[in-house]
Design a protein around this ligand. Structure first.
Ligand code: SF4
Ligand code: SF4
Length: 373
């Protein structure tokens, strides 16, 4: 009783802003056993069995989703949750959807129904005790569907990559965790700064200033202040801005402030590949991702150049890494020279870091694959 009261007190009072308290949507078994879980085991790829000290057992069944889904798909997902999971489900931060089962007999029928109705594969898990890892879904950003500054798409390119890496999602075939992320511009909403493999949309041309649009729609001081490199200065006589192209790094910050200076370019926009980042501090400190391919073309609808590069990096690592060795640790052991040698990726001056920083950061934040002696 005391515990129930505690939950109720946490949930109240109701307000009209912010998300509802998470406990409201918890499966009753999870709520009842909060803080009491003893252990878990992976029954098969995509299915995790969680056992509580109270004796309760819950099976969590995980499926990959395309993230952007129609309302019809959401309704189908909810119907399946009603049928198998007492009406409860949850989305993970990497766009997997999970159902909660108390009856193990329902696992196979659930997997069959989800695959038949929705086409979502079961997987995305790993068994750390055995050192067998599956690939989780790719975390990604908005892309051409929604955002205003993308240099590449998000969902389209991620779908193409995951189609190619499908078997790694549905099975445990990797030596360690591998997090793949995509951000469609340098604002990097998609965790690409610290992922094992990252795809980042890059612009390669400065914005084109439409003086008339700037005059009519933009606030000049905030547009100038938005530029991190000081490439913009006000032209108050003409009520517009002047751009120093040599200082521009094509970040798109000014376009966020001012729609009168778009920087899209179908020919020059593309995708950079970064690797060897990680957030976890297990065995090895957290690492920033480093650029290993400066630019690949936007080639929709299937982005073959990007897909093959990501696959090559993943499979080279999987073939050469030791158990539990993430990409950052693997590269650190073999060295960047060997990495470029065995992946066959080209090392160019574009990968050499020339970003000026304070000496302290220079020696501690190694962010590129640049060779330093
Ligand atoms: S990464 Fe850039 S383009 Fe993509 S959603 Fe974020 S701000 Fe928009
Ligand atoms: S794209 Fe970025 S660096 Fe270039 S002018 Fe705009 S804000 Fe400045």
């Amino acid at each position: 009783m005391a515990e129930e009261k505690e939950w109720e007190e946490t949930v109240e009072p109701k307000t009209d802003f912010g998300p509802p308290h998470y406990s409201i949507m918890m499966h009753p078994i999870i709520k009842k056993n909060y803080g009491k879980w003893s252990y878990h085991e992976v029954v098969r790829p995509g299915v995790i069995k969680r056992v509580s000290e109270t004796g309760d057992v819950l099976y969590i069944v995980r499926f990959g989703t395309p993230r952007l889904v129609s309302v019809y798909t959401v309704r189908d997902i909810c119907d399946i949750a009603d049928k198998y999971s007492d009406g409860y489900l949850r989305f993970t931060s990497r766009h997997n959807v999970e159902f909660f089962l108390t009856d193990p007999e329902k696992i196979e029928p659930l997997i069959s129904e989800v695959q038949e109705k929705l086409g979502f594969p079961c997987g995305g898990t790993w068994d750390a005790t055995k050192g067998e890892y599956g690939l989780s879904n790719i975390v990604h950003t908005q892309g051409w569907v929604h955002c205003h500054t993308p240099a590449t798409d998000a969902s389209g390119i991620v779908k193409s990559v995951m189609d190619e890496l499908y078997d790694y999602f549905t099975d445990h075939k990797l030596p360690a965790l591998c997090r793949i992320s995509l951000a469609c511009c340098g604002n990097m909403c998609g965790a690409v700064h610290a992922s094992d493999i990252s795809m980042v949309g890059v612009h390669r041309k400065p914005p084109i200033i439409d003086d008339d649009a700037v005059r009519r729609t933009c606030e000049i001081p905030s547009t100038v202040a938005a530029c991190p490199t000081g490439a913009l200065k006000p032209d108050m006589k003409r009520k517009t801005v002047i751009l120093d192209k040599d200082k521009c790094m094509y970040c798109g910050n000014c376009y966020t402030m001012c729609p009168g200076m778009p920087l899209f370019d179908p020919e020059n926009d593309g995708v950079a590949i970064l690797i060897a980042g990680k957030v976890s501090d297990a065995r090895y400190p957290p690492q920033f991702s480093k650029v290993v391919v400066p630019w690949l073309p936007n080639n929709p609808p299937r982005w073959p150049e990007v897909v093959q590069t990501v696959k090559k990096i993943l499979e080279t690592w999987a073939a050469h890494a030791e158990k539990y060795e993430r990409i950052a640790e693997w590269v650190d052991r073999i060295g960047w020279e060997r990495f470029f040698e065995i992946t066959g990726l080209e090392f160019s001056e574009k990968l050499i870091e020339d970003y000026a920083r304070t000496p302290y950061l220079y020696t501690t934040f190694r962010t590129s694959a640049a060779f330093r002696w």
